[in-house]
Design a binder for this molecule. Sequence first.
Ligand code: GDP
Ligand code: MG
Length: 182
Amino acid sequence: MSSDDEGGEEYLFKIVIIGDSAVGKSNLLSRYARNEFNAHSKATIGVEFQTQSIEIDGKEVKAQIWDTAGQERFRAVTSAYYRGAVGALVVYDITRRSTFESVGRWLDELNTHSDTTVARMLVGNKCDLDSIRAVSVEEGKALAETEGLFFMETSALDSTNVKTAFEMVIRDIYTNVSRKQL
Ligand code: GDP
Ligand code: MG
């Protein structure tokens, strides 16, 4: 995960995005990595991952962020997807209650395939659609608290909290890793 070279340490963290189909996983990633939004994105088309670098404590920290590429439609997100992940964003759509009710199942799957040290954030996406919300902010917060997750509402459409959400997870992983190295 980290290795020494001439310039000092190098950090590369694998982060996975999970959650029901059409909650906005691919758009959260494209907004974060490329500042792009696609109103007509097709569930079947998707890149495997995007790599994004940020600087923390003067060090370059790279996050390799994985997208399901539509596999979640067929309940086919496999163990290979989770392998080596040290962070996870569990996404639901604040306008579709069923996607919030699925969060428990996604967390079970994450727990089955990875250990408890994975940095986890619950993400209520599409907060630009507040007028048709079906899940309150309080419910999201309460679930996150119960499950021991960070929580944030985001909008891939208008960019609200997208960078903050990804970078909070990346910083948490970095903090844990650098603490272990002391
Ligand atoms: P995925 O299946 O979870 O990867 O979801 P996508 O990223 O493909 O998004 C599904 C649909 O929701 C697309 O039509 C997007 O344009 C739309 N969408 C994604 N994020 C947002 C958002 O933050 N706000 C709104 N209003 N629509 C969004
Ligand atoms: Mg997708």
